[in-house]
Design a protein around this ligand. Structure first.
Ligand SMILES: [Zn+2]
Ligand SMILES: [Zn+2]
Length: 331
């Protein structure tokens, strides 16, 4: 019997990784809605991911929770399970399974770049690697996030009478943008849309300092001139944003490298800031794990599968449905 089937279910058990439908036992890689669903019997995840799930879905969104620290093995039946940092969002984990003569690693969503708001990615060697491929095309080569933040700060300096409204997903991206601004020396208050407050507080409570924040809705129009306002992408064009002084619309997303996509959504200042590995990181990680068999999940599977086969690896796309590539899971 092999370890993992193509639906990320441990064979011969009732354990699945990031299952879309409720299962008796689930291992959850991170808190994004396309990976973490409510309604499972038992959830095994990092303490951060459990806290995020409970903040989003309620304290009793699973029958029971078992927090697992990074690097600490636990046995589920005959399979050893260990979580390793994935560098994607706070608490995100790769899952290593060992047993039956095989080592399998499921990356979940990941990135290798340093990020003050997520535990740094750790490379894990394995026989079989199940990798994401959200940005699995050669055109995706993410620029340095510091350079993108510098462009934002230059625009703020050049337009002191305007507000800058930055679209960023509520879990991970918003807090990362805040941390990057602080690293760049921006120490004025950041103005938040109400939908970002709870998770931002959770990050702060779990030790990630993000500096002074205010609720945008409570700020006067004068106060918002020259200010940076952060909101979920869906709220960028809401009635809510009309009270901002002549806002510069910005968006922080890996997808912003597609110019047409930015233009279509009316984004004046696209910021290419991604929480996923780009084409180079994906390929380097595959090589570094030493895996001979590669399964590719959600994203641009074909290009990466093709590349893997060219390298002599056994590779196939998993075509898992339900992972959200353009929504929050995609970023
Ligand atoms: Zn995802
Ligand atoms: Zn994700």
């Amino acid at each position: 019997m092999s370890l993992l089937d193509r639906h990320l279910h441990i064979e011969g058990s009732d354990v699945s990784i990031d299952p879309l439908r409720p299962v008796p036992r689930a291992i959850i890689t991170h808190g994004h809605a396309d990976h973490a669903r409510p309604g499972h019997g038992a959830v095994l995840a990092t303490a951060d991911t459990i806290a995020i799930m409970q903040a989003r879905y309620g304290m009793d969104c699973a029958g029971s929770f078992q927090p697992l620290a990074y690097g600490e093995p636990v046995m589920l039946d005959d399979v050893e399970v260990t979580l390793f940092p994935a560098g994607h969002v706070l608490g995100s984990a790769q899952v290593r399974l060992r047993g039956r003569g095989e080592t399998v690693v499921v990356t979940g969503d990941y990135k290798c770049l340093a990020d003050a708001t997520a535990q740094p990615f750790e490379l894990v060697r394995c026989d079989t690697l199940v990798t994401e491929a959200t940005f699995g095309l050669p055109v995706f080569q993410h620029p340095k996030p510091e350079a993108e933040i510098a462009r934002l700060l230059k625009s703020v300096a050049d337009n002191p009478a305007r507000a800058h409204l930055v679209g960023a997903y509520a879990l991970g991206k918003a807090q990362r943008v805040m941390a990057l601004l602080r690293q760049a020396g921006f120490d004025r208050p950041l103005y938040l849309h109400g939908a970002l407050v709870e998770l931002t507080k959770l990050y702060e409570a779990r030790g990630i300092s993000l500096g002074p924040t205010r609720l945008a809705i409570e700020a006067g129009k004068d106060e918002l001139a020259g200010a940076i306002v952060i909101a979920p992408p869906g709220a960028l064009k809401d009635r809510w944003s009309r009270r901002l002084p002549d806002p510069v619309l910005a968006m922080a997303s890996g997808w912003m490298s597609i110019k047409q996509r930015a233009r279509q959504s009316g984004i004046e200042l696209p910021l290419v800031i991604s929480d996923h590995a780009d084409w180079n990181e994906l390929r380097q990680t595959i090589l570094d794990t030493g895996a001979g068999r590669i399964w590719v999940t959600h994203g641009r599977e074909d290009a990466l599968v093709y590349w893997c086969r060219q390298q002599g690896f056994e590779a196939e796309p998993l075509n898992l449905v339900g992972y959200d590539e353009a929504g929050e899971g995609g970023e």
